[in-house]
Design a protein around this ligand. Structure first.
Ligand code: NAD
Length: 273
């Protein structure tokens, strides 16, 4: 990833980031996990976390350079990982992801973090831009789910979708992004109902989490976002990965169709303002 993945202390807080250090464990020993958007940010942290807990991980992304680095980093620590260059919105690419996964075994965990966000108000957003964002964020998630569903059904698998606090909260200039994130919450519930006995489907809704996605955001906007949290700082991608790992693990066996907000209290600060 092109930016430090866990420098959540920006904004002057020197507090250490709880959960940033992924413990090694065994919750996913013998499981195969597919992580989309795995080359960067939350997806990369999720791939590292699941591997540290025993999963064999398929790191999937359109960014081959950083994706290979993430997989190589996992292997260097004794974990199992392979990178597959794949666009989540291309159904044919999912065949290659699945083939790579089957080199390890049937898929038991799907974590989808790949996304597109193009900033423009609705009146200035082209239809092509709108459709691209929906294709990556929503259709890409649907295609990934369909691709791994036979494995998940056969092995009581778990899916964790990455939505956003903006599923429920307005933000200027991101109508397609926010609409797609809202749709993912709805999709999460629908899939949980449809495949309930066999597959658990949950979502995380991150708030401001310092990843390369914030690269173009200016200091004033960053400070405003941090000031909007109860935690008083950015989240680290590892803190979202910890929540994803929890929802994917057997200890969350009675949790399905749920959205877990991971935002340092951003949503409740908004509500109390
Ligand atoms: P990031 O930019 O660090 O990583 C996103 C990754 O997705 C990149 O590696 C990119 O190459 C990949 N990607 C983009 N299009 C793709 C495609 N078509 N197919 C496959 N891969 C593709 O972003 P991040 O901040 O880690 O965000 C991860 C998820 O978390 C996203 O779904 C985002 O909406 C969500 N989220 C992030 C924040 C935040 O503050 N960082 C807040 C709310 C929600």
């Amino acid at each position: 990833p092109s930016a430090p993945a866990s420098d959540a202390s920006e904004s002057g807080s020197s507090r250490r980031t709880p959960g940033a250090a992924a413990p090694s464990g065994s919750r996913f020993t013998g499981r195969v996990a597919v992580v989309t958007g795995g080359a960067s940010g939350i997806g990369a942290a999720t791939a590292v976390r699941l591997a540290a807990e025993g999963a064999a991980v398929v790191v999937s992304d359109v960014d081959a350079d950083h994706g290979e680095q993430v997989a190589e980093g996992i292997r260097a620590k004794g974990g199992s990982a392979v990178f597959v260059r794949a666009d989540v919105a291309e159904a044919a690419d999912w065949d290659r992801v699945l083939a790579a996964a089957h080199g390890f075994g049937p898929v038991g965990v799907l974590s989808s973090s790949a996304y597109a966000c193009e900033i423009a108000p609705a009146h200035a957003m082209t239809r092509a831009s709108w459709e691209h964002q929906l294709a990556v964020n929503l259709t890409g998630t649907f295609l990934g789910f369909k691709a791994v569903l036979p494995d998940l059904r056969a092995h009581r698998g778990a899916v964790v979708l990455t939505s956003s606090v903006h599923a429920h909260t307005g933000i200027p200039g991101r109508p397609a992004y926010a609409a797609s994130k809202g749709a993912l919450v709805s999709l999460c519930g629908q899939l949980a109902v449809e495949y309930g006995p066999e597959v658990r489907v949950n979502a995380v809704l991150p708030g401001p989490v310092l990843t390369p996605a914030w690269g173009d955001v200016g200091a004033a906007d960053r400070a405003r976002s941090v000031a909007g949290t109860a935690a008083g700082r950015f989240g680290a991608p590892e803190e979202v990965a910890a929540a994803i790992a929890f929802l994917a693990a057997d200890e969350a066996s009675y949790i399905t169709g749920t959205s877990l907000t991971v935002d340092g209290g951003w949503s409740v600060v908004k509500e109390s303002a």
